[in-house]
Design a protein around this ligand. Structure first.
Ligand SMILES: CC(C)(COP(=O)(O)OP(=O)(O)OC[C@H]1O[C@@H](n2cnc3c(N)ncnc32)[C@H](O)[C@@H]1OP(=O)(O)O)[C@@H](O)C(=O)NCCC(=O)NCCS
Length: 83
């Protein structure tokens, strides 16, 4: 769970060891997590991503999440992808 703009949201996150990146594993795993959440009645999932993190944004898009908004958390600007 993450608080985004004062709202509690279910978040999907991913982090792979360097040698495992670029092989599609992040997308495969994130899709499985989204299916798991939806099968249990979660209607909305977000991914909170640094604007410079293009690989992470690409994973979110490939999982069907869409860019919804930009939020400021402390000194950090972050993008919120959701579906
Ligand atoms: C983000 C992360 C999980 C992605 O892992 P991955 O194994 O490369 O992911 P996938 O292979 O499933 O997909 C990556 C996609 O991003 C694309 N991509 C990678 N680097 C990119 C870049 N610099 N610019 C644009 N697209 C990029 C790839 O081409 C691929 O898209 P494609 O299948 O359409 O070609 C991995 O980079 C990571 O662990 N990073 C460090 C932790 C992190 O940043 N986590 C996310 C925090 S929000």
């Amino acid at each position: 769970m993450q608080t985004v703009d004062g709202v509690e949201e279910v978040e999907v996150g991913y982090h792979l060891r360097t040698e495992a990146q670029g092989l599609g594993y992040a997308t495969e795993a994130a899709r499985a997590c989204l299916e798991f959440a939806r099968a249990r009645g979660t209607s909305r999932v977000v991914a909170i991503i640094d604007p410079a993190n293009l690989a992470s944004q690409r994973v979110a898009l490939k999982c069907g999440l869409v860019l919804e908004k930009q939020v400021v958390t402390g000194a950090l600007q972050q993008l919120v992808f959701a579906a």
